[in-house]
Design a protein around this ligand. Structure first.
Ligand SMILES: Cc1cc2nc3c(=O)[nH]c(=O)nc-3n(C[C@H](O)[C@H](O)[C@H](O)COP(=O)(O)OP(=O)(O)OC[C@H]3O[C@@H](n4cnc5c(N)ncnc54)[C@H](O)[C@@H]3O)c2cc1C
Length: 456
């Protein structure tokens, strides 16, 4: 019997045995809630800092159940807040330091994967972002110029229409940007590898072990309790269920379709793109694609409405309208491939903070660390955030630049129904901005309004 698997990625793992459950009383130096990438990278970083420490990861379902086992597999150096905004808050040197850490992080992940890189389908093929209108082109040029002016490490490279086509025949591209600092990965294999390696290092990973906070340093579950010197919460979009984090992050849906493997002829018509290339275009409502080595295209997008009260499980099933919408967008982008068959779909939620900054927060009096809020850019960033969380939990190797940027005081989301209204109006304005392509004045007015509503 296979374990429940809410994504093609998790199904492909074919796991059929649960890890142990929390059963009785347990003591640990560091207890981590959430068996996704954040929790597992944090656990590894704790052991790097303090070899021999006792670490337990408690996962409510199975490892990778959340966004970590469902995502689009872009391991990137993207940050959810624009570089201009980061520079206004932390100075150009703050933006440069952050970008450099994000770039180095990717090299470090690759080095850490070592011989396992092929097993987790790690391909360092970069990302191509197509401009499919003059307005999108102007925006991409402005973004690259900003990266250059700030002196950011490895900025995007502008491509003309032929340059885009040479990488991937995206229909209607008038130009684009190539972002070299991006790899694609099989996310469920990555998260499973981290769990197995953690167990080999002496860490304990428990599944079907949902817990909630007790007194400081205590976690309570149905099967038992854990007493730890430090507790790390790494529950991302699920955090609203814990009263302490209730309005820290809004869960926003992101949903994916997977195609059947493209034929050799289809791939040729698309210009024989490199295996593992990731792609997108310059629209406002985020879309993202990955061309897997097996010929499948994994293609996702946002836009499904936010659920009142920060619910999450609704996003797992992709409704017929969303599935058709994603299929139509993909067919439009890769028109030259001809008909593309869709074989699977699934979804999940990303955790978005009120100002779109990810957070790593430490409350020494409560002996608690909170990590999360990647707003859809967490596949690689979870490692950096996990290192900072581990530094707080162990008291060693704190990265001061990261600590300042990710340690901003939390601005809470509004209570319901304002939160429901704000997020959904923001989504509507994002769509409207895209629909107003070719009408720059109206588009700018909508963008200003959207920025005010979404805090972005
Ligand atoms: C559809 C989709 C596509 C995405 N695509 C990309 C992409 O291409 N690139 C990118 O960089 N990012 C992407 N992201 C975002 C990225 O996947 C996340 O930022 C990242 O995986 C977050 O990892 P995490 O460990 O913090 O959270 P999660 O993976 O969500 O892990 C949290 C875990 O906590 C567990 N949990 C919750 N409550 C409890 C409790 N009380 N007790 C015990 N356990 C609990 C959950 O079961 C879950 O497994 C995408 C996200 C989605 C949903």
């Amino acid at each position: 019997m296979s374990l429940p698997a809410p994504s093609l990625w998790l199904r492909e793992l074919g796991r059929d045995r649960w890890r142990p459950q929390l059963d009785g009383s347990l003591e640990a130096d560091v207890a981590i809630v959430g068996g996704g990438l954040s929790g597992l990278w944090t656990a590894h970083a704790v052991l790097d800092a303090r070899p021999g420490a006792s670490v337990v990861v408690l996962e409510a379902e199975r490892v990778g159940w959340g966004a970590s086992g469902r995502n689009g597999g872009w391991a990137s150096a993207l940050f959810p807040v624009s570089w201009g905004t980061v520079a206004r808050s932390f100075g150009p040197e703050g933006a440069r330091a952050l970008r450099t850490r994000l770039v180095e992080n990717l090299d470090e992940i690759e080095a850490a994967l070592g011989d396992d890189a092929a097993d987790v389908e790690w391909h360092r093929a970069g990302t191509v972002v197509a401009a499919r209108s003059e307005e999108q082109w102007r925006q991409l040029v402005a973004d690259v110029r900003e990266e250059q002016a700030l002196g950011l490490r490895d900025p995007g490279v502008l491509l003309d229409a032929r340059g885009v086509r040479a990488r991937l025949a995206i229909d209607g591209a008038v130009g684009g940007v190539f972002e070299p600092v991006c790899a694609s990965v099989h996310p469920a294999k990555l998260v499973e590898l981290l769990a197995r390696r953690l167990e080999q290092r002496g860490g304990l990973v428990l599944e079907r072990s949902r817990v909630h906070s007790g007194a400081p340093g205590v976690l309570v579950g149905v099967g038992g309790r854990v007493r730890a010197s430090q507790v790390v919460w790494a529950t991302e979009s699920y955090s609203a269920a814990e009263p302490r984090w209730h309005r820290a992050l809004a869960p926003v849906a992101s949903q994916i379709i997977a195609t059947a493997p493209l034929s050799a002829a289809q791939r040729e018509r698309l210009g024989n793109p490199e295996a593992g290339l990731t792609f997108s275009d310059g629209r406002r409502l985020v879309i993202y694609g990955q061309l897997r080595a097996d010929g499948r295209v994994i293609f996702g997008g946002r836009g499904a409405p936010y659920r009142f009260g920060s619910g999450v499980e609704f996003a797992t099933e992709v409704g017929a309208r969303m599935r058709l919408g994603l299929a139509a967008t993909l067919a439009e982008l890769l028109r030259e491939a001809g008909p593309i068959e869709i074989e699977a779909s699934w979804g999940g939620t990303i955790g978005v903070s009120r100002d779109w900054y990810p957070r790593v927060l430490h409350d020494p009096s409560e002996r608690i660390v909170f990590v999360g809020g990647y707003a859809g850019d967490g596949v690689a960033m979870t490692r950096l955030a996990g290192q900072l969380a581990a530094a707080y939990a162990t008291g060693v190797r704190l990265d001061p630049d990261l600590a300042v940027i990710l340690g901003r005081p939390v601005r809470r989301w509004e209570p319901e129904p304002m939160r429901w209204l704000g997020v959904n109006v923001g989504l509507g304005l994002t769509r409207l901005g895209d629909a107003l392509e070719g009408r720059p004045h109206a588009q700018r007015a909508v963008d200003v309004l959207r920025g005010a509503v979404l805090g972005r």
